[in-house]
Design a protein around this ligand. Structure first.
Ligand code: SF4
Length: 389
């Protein structure tokens, strides 16, 4: 089968007891039917302990209150794996952070950035990781039912073109306008593609119309669509609304990196008027990016990774605009966290990776929260139809 695989996929090795974070905190863990059956048949004290830990209305979750999983040992290792073997671990724990999707005629293989080591790998390597096309088995059941080779080609070709658009000249890494133009181009292309899909028009979205590069070129000229509005950085009021969702409650550990960063933001901005706050924010972003080009590179890598990991989902959900708006939100939130962290602590590559994975854990794995945040970003963009796909 044709598989689009991120280069990092085969390189990943869990840090286990050496991990500076853990994926055993903060999430409800669904226990799949096969593992649950094994657990129900297990005898002895371990069987009782596992059954006692099954919680939720259908007794199919571990760690239902999203605190720290009771099987997470002090040495950082999973006690279920250590004492009983991987077959008693829920499937999601066995696979994490690997994410495989089978679309029928092609599949994708990625690693989730909520794992701190994946974020570290993304930022530490010399080159941005590529998406490799290979011929491999896909062990996952089919996801969705679309069967449209022409649309598949459009989605996968435009994905490649968007990735190309992210290769910017080194001297442009110092300027927020670089990312602003890219995001304008991305949203403009996705709106065009969405309208075409909704109108059931001929789906020649990339070849004859020369898109999305055409839009990027347009964005470099004086005719940039929606030029009067900043997509990067988003206004500080938009970011303030985003963190005032349940976002700041996602990690309840005292002194968690993300919560301290938000606290530092509040100290700096809470007493300012909206106009003053906006001036300070715009200046901080400019200075922050001017100081070190690796910061814009980190944001570009995150955006590229998002395109590699999530864009192909459009093949099933047809939600071009949803993809673009979410991408705009993600890069702005990553920027927000880095700028505010940098005010108080040294922003190393490792701290960038930790902020990135903490953001992904908080915002990308909670559907309700994600919808609320999405709706807020739509308020600041020229989105006609509120599309929550
Ligand atoms: S966060 Fe990643 S590296 Fe750390 S324990 Fe979990 S899977 Fe392993």
């Amino acid at each position: 089968m044709k598989v689009l695989k991120n280069e990092l996929f085969d390189e990943f090795k869990c840090l286990a007891g050496e991990c500076p974070e853990t994926c055993c905190y903060g999430w409800r863990i669904i226990v799949d039917d096969e593992t649950k059956k094994r657990i129900l048949e297990k005898d002895g004290i371990w069987g009782k302990c596992l059954r006692f830990s099954l919680q939720g209305p259908d007794k199919n979750y571990f760690n239902y209150d999203s605190g720290s999983c009771i099987f997470h040992g002090i040495n950082g290792l999973c006690n279920v794996q250590k004492k009983l073997g991987t077959e008693y671990m829920p499937e999601i724990c066995r696979k994490y952070p690997r994410e495989i999707r089978n679309y029928g005629s092609f599949a994708t293989k990625h690693l989730d950035l909520s794992c701190v080591h994946v974020s570290q790998m993304l930022l530490a390597r010399q080159q941005r990781p590529a998406l490799i096309e290979c011929d491999e088995e896909c062990e996952r059941d089919r996801h969705g039912s679309n069967d449209d080779p022409q649309f598949e080609e459009i989605v996968l070709t435009s994905q490649k073109e968007i990735i190309q658009m992210l290769n910017v000249k080194p001297q442009l890494l110092f300027d927020p306008a670089t990312m602003d133009r890219i995001l304008h181009a991305l949203l403009a292309y996705c709106q065009y593609a969405q309208d075409t899909v909704l109108a059931h028009k001929d789906m020649k979205l990339t070849k004859e119309d020369g898109m999305p590069s055409y839009f990027y070129e347009l964005c470099k000229s004086d005719d940039m669509p929606d030029a009067g509005r900043s997509y990067f950085p988003l206004p500080i009021m938009a970011l303030n609304r985003l963190i005032n969702t349940q976002f700041d409650l996602q990690d309840s550990r005292p002194f968690s990196m993300i919560n301290r960063t938000i606290e530092w933001y509040h100290h700096k901005f809470d007493l300012k008027t909206e106009i003053e706050g906006q001036k300070v924010w715009t200046r901080m972003v400019k200075e922050f990016l001017r100081e070190d080009p690796s910061r814009m590179e980190a944001i570009l890598r995150y955006l590229q990774y998002d395109v590699q990991q999530c864009y192909a989902e459009i093949y099933e959900n047809y939600s071009f605009v949803h993809f673009a708006v979410s991408a705009i939100m993600h890069v702005n939130m990553f920027l927000f966290l880095m700028v505010n962290y940098n005010r108080k602590k040294k922003l190393t590559q490792d701290s960038m990776a930790k902020l990135l994975s903490a953001y992904e854990r908080a915002a990308c794995h909670n559907l309700g929260l994600n919808k609320d945040m999405y709706a807020i970003v739509c308020d600041y963009l020229p989105i006609q139809t509120l599309e929550l796909g």
